[in-house]
Write a protein that binds this ligand. Structure first.
Ligand SMILES: C[S@@+](CC[C@H](N)C(=O)[O-])C[C@H]1O[C@@H](n2cnc3c(N)ncnc32)[C@H](O)[C@@H]1O
Length: 269
């Protein structure tokens, strides 16, 4: 890199840091199917084989900020494809009643299903039945999922949930004002037992480093660069001008693993 490109790069990092510190946060209602392909690989290749061996009971999964259903439905399809015998339940929550109502009636248009860059025909065939031009989620994918209104900032609600094996809060924490994002993270980590995994794509980097250390969560670094670059397909264009923009992957920082990592475990494994 020549010196003027290096300077431009430094200025972009400073700009992004300032945007993250000062930009007002705003709730966004937006989702895609099959949005996290490399996270799904980590689940299937690293996390679930250990978990399934350790527990005989059905797996319990909590998804916060589920929007109109694409994330839990994609997750359910991935679990069925990789572990056809696995028993699991997915409890999916959002604060917006309209999106929960939409998720409870899960048939989608062709555009909604194919919106994400990673959606494949294999995924579509495994997940939906095409009925009168609409994509209806197959009953066996839908059956383990419940959709309800729920606020991850509400301590009473969080306490009522007990603990889960997998906890997801993706592309939501960075849309909250910093104080609320911290409260939400503190609530989420309470839902973990000693073998749980937490998935938090879409969280401010400084906060992610600080809070995962504070709560002694261990980064799962398998496929960390690939997962980061999945998110950059979606959000790379937003860097450096938007708080949700994803910066290029780099190993230069002392904390590069925690900065980039989106999956954390309670215990060191
Ligand atoms: C940008 S969407 C992300 C959807 C999905 N997780 C994904 O990654 O595709 C963020 C969702 O989080 C929801 N949300 C915001 N604050 C929340 C809260 N306190 N508790 C639960 N859901 C919340 C929003 O209503 C919105 O539907």
């Amino acid at each position: 890199m020549d010196s003027s490109s290096r300077l431009r790069n430094i200025l972009r990092h400073i700009k992004h840091w300032l945007v993250v510190k000062t930009a007002p946060r705003k709730n966004r209602i937006y989702t895609q199917f099959y949005r996290f392909p490399h996270q799904y690989r980590v689940l299937a290749e690293r996390i679930l084989p250990q978990m399934i061996e350790a527990h005989s009971r059905p797996l319990r999964i909590l998804v916060f900020g589920c929007c109109s259903g694409a994330e839990p439905i994609s997750l359910s399809a991935v679990l069925r494809r990789n572990f056809p015998q696995l028993e699991y339940q997915i409890e999916a929550y959002d604060i917006v009643p309209d999106v929960i109502e939409r998720a409870q009636n899960p048939n989608y248009s062709q555009e909604e299903v194919h919106q994400g860059p990673f959606v494949t025909e294999e995924f579509v065939g495994e997940t939906f039945d095409l009925v009168d031009g609409r994509y209806r989620v197959k009953p066996e994918i839908l059956r383990p999922i419940s959709f309800r209104v729920g606020d991850m900032l509400d301590p009473g609600f969080i306490a009522s949930l007990g603990q889960a094996d997998l906890v997801f809060a993706q592309n939501v924490l960075f849309h909250l004002p910093a104080k609320n994002a911290r409260r939400a993270f503190a609530n989420l980590q309470q839902l973990m037992h000693s073998d749980s995994a937490l998935f938090v794509n879409g969280m401010d980097i400084d906060m992610r480093v600080q809070l995962t250390k504070k709560f002694e969560l261990q980064p799962e670094d398998y496929l960390i660069e690939e997962i980061h670059n999945d998110a950059r397909q979606d959000r790379g264009d937003g860097w450096a001008g938007a708080y949700w923009g994803r910066k290029p992957f780099s190993r230069r920082s002392r904390e590069w693993i925690r900065e980039h990592c989106t999956i954390y475990r309670k215990a060191s494994v």
